[in-house]
Design a protein around this ligand. Structure first.
Ligand SMILES: O=C(CO)[C@@H](O)[C@H](O)COP(=O)(O)O
Ligand SMILES: [Fe+2]
Length: 223
């Protein structure tokens, strides 16, 4: 079953609680919260205070994508604020394993995100500790960008390796996901699809979620 995680980056921040409740009611599985620090990526977004405020209005789990340098500095605050899954970038700290241990020790799920130019081969050392590998299908920093097809073989390679190890770790994809790209990533092995513009910019989010799910599930099981 494909899971969909709408990204708040394409929501109207002045009406955030109402917009998020709308996608929750429409059947979203996760809420994807993009955190940016202006260093790791050339953009700024939100911090733990916003996560804590939203937590009072939303029941679906929070998927917090940290696009920040040295994420270990802020992991405990995001968990305290209500994150259910915390994903850090492979490129953002020299001590990825230590940060994964920190996230797990706080009782939530842990993910590692890979920029388009990162192969992810070293991730094999972490698979036993990881709940999610997030494959960026755009360069991180902005919503509404175009999907990078060259990343698809990486999704397929990770899927094969995870299947070989009978791992329960899921592959999440993030960036430029819509009804055209959803079948491509689902066929390659993605189990969680992040979708910002495709859901929050749609007139009818329920219809947008349905279209994404149908497109992805029509792709058949991963090879
Ligand atoms: O992490 C990011 C961007 O850095 C994403 O979560 C985007 O916000 C997804 O938006 P769309 O590409 O689906 O509009
Ligand atoms: Fe994201």
């Amino acid at each position: 079953m494909i899971q969909i995680a709408p990204s708040i980056l394409s929501a109207d921040f002045a009406r955030l609680a109402a917009e998020v409740k709308r996608v929750e009611d429409a059947g979203a599985d996760w809420l994807h919260i993009d955190v940016m620090d202006g260093h790791f990526v050339p953009n700024l977004t939100v911090g733990p205070a916003l996560v804590q405020s939203l937590r009072k209005h939303v029941r679906i789990p929070f998927d917090v994508h940290l696009m920040i340098e040295a994420p270990e500095r802020f992991v405990p605050e995001f968990v305290k604020a209500g994150a259910d899954l915390v994903t850090i970038h492979w490129e953002a700290t020299p001590h990825v394993h230590r940060v994964i241990q920190l996230i797990k020790s706080l009782g939530v799920r842990a993910g590692v995100a890979l920029n388009p130019a990162t192969s992810g081969e070293e991730l094999a050392y972490l698979f036993d500790d990881l709940d999610v590998v997030l494959v960026m299908t755009v360069n991180p920093g902005f919503g509404g960008q175009k999907f990078i097809p060259a990343v698809v073989p990486k999704i397929r390679g990770l899927q094969r390796e995870l299947a070989r190890r009978s791992s329960s770790c899921l592959i999440e994809v993030d960036g430029g996901i819509n009804s055209e790209t959803a079948p491509i990533v689902a066929e390659a092995g993605a189990g969680i699809l992040v979708a910002g513009a495709a859901v929050f910019a749609a007139e009818d989010p329920a219809q947008a979620l349905h279209a994404l799910r149908r497109a992805a599930e029509g792709a058949g099981p991963p090879i």
